[in-house]
Design a protein around this ligand. Structure first.
Ligand code: PEP
Ligand code: MN
Length: 261
């Protein structure tokens, strides 16, 4: 199916023949953590920073995110580095605020069928990255995307992030089958998140390469200055050295695939 592309305010194109790399920590934890990461990523050639200010945590007793303070830190990082910002909205009531700060609004796995949220995002004026639910079929996921596109916002990016299976060796089973299936059934750009897809930092590089080889339009990877101290998802986050090594693997592959970074 013919692919649609999405343009960001900095001129970047998502989809088409370009390869989009999004990186950053799971959550905004502090200004220092974000500015340090943003500067590092910029030096690596990354143009989109990810980090959650509103975190969908399985336990109500763990770090829930900094909320608006986190959004302000992200905005400062954009001002200092020029990186585009992607961050998650969990509640339809937060969409106007998140939209004010973000360049791309993320919908997390747990909210893929939060229909009031999807309807609200149909009215938004920023692109939406829609993660796959860990228990949604590709068909259900595409119907969720249609809540946004048919609601009036055509700029949806799909992000495969692993599904729940009987396997326990990894946090999720990264469903790379989804890439060719989506390519056949949908014109929307498809990214892959190998961090949540595996849950283990050392499995992230091989699955990143596999995703690109299978035709993904890019990756979203968790990176943290000190994964051991991360307030969420430290086990699956790459440190700066590991990320730099991953970039050295991605560059020749992108060239081989004829896709511009
Ligand atoms: C995240 O991107 O940090 C996140 C919470 O991902 P998911 O919704 O895929 O679990
Ligand atoms: Mn995370």
């Amino acid at each position: 199916m013919k692919k649609t592309t999405i343009q960001l305010p900095n001129g970047m194109i998502i989809g088409g023949s370009s390869l989009t790399l999004i990186a950053g920590p799971c959550a905004v934890e502090s200004e220092d953590q974000i500015l340090k990461t943003a500067q590092f990523l910029k030096n690596q050639g990354i143009r989109i920073l990810r980090a959650g200010a509103y975190k969908p945590r399985s336990s109500p007793h763990t770090f829930q995110g900094l909320g608006e303070e986190g959004l302000k830190i992200l905005s400062k990082a954009r001002k200092e580095t020029g990186l585009m910002i992607i961050t998650e909205a969990m509640d339809p009531r937060d969409v106007p605020l998140v939209e004010e700060y973000a360049d791309i609004i993320q919908v997390g796995s747990r909210n893929v069928q939060n229909f009031p949220l999807l309807k609200e995002l149909g009215q938004a004026h920023k692109p939406v990255l829609l993660k796959r639910g860990f228990a949604t079929t590709i068909k259900e996921w595409l119907l969720s995307a249609e809540y946004i596109t048919h609601g009036g916002n055509p700029n949806v990016i799909l992000c495969e992030r692993g599904i729940r299976t009987f396997e326990t060796a990894t946090r999720n089973s990264l469903d790379l089958n989804a890439i060719p299936v989506l390519r056949e059934k949908s014109p929307l750009p498809v990214l892959v998140d190998p961090s949540h897809g595996t849950g283990v930092a050392r499995y992230v590089p091989p699955m990143s390469l596999a995703a690109l080889a299978a035709g993904a339009d890019g990756l979203m990877v968790e990176v943290h200055p000190n994964p051991a101290q991360a307030l969420s998802d430290g086990e699956q986050s790459l440190d700066f050295t590991q990320f730099e090594a991953l970039m050295a693997l991605i560059k020749p592959l992108a060239q081989h695939l004829g896709r511009a970074l």
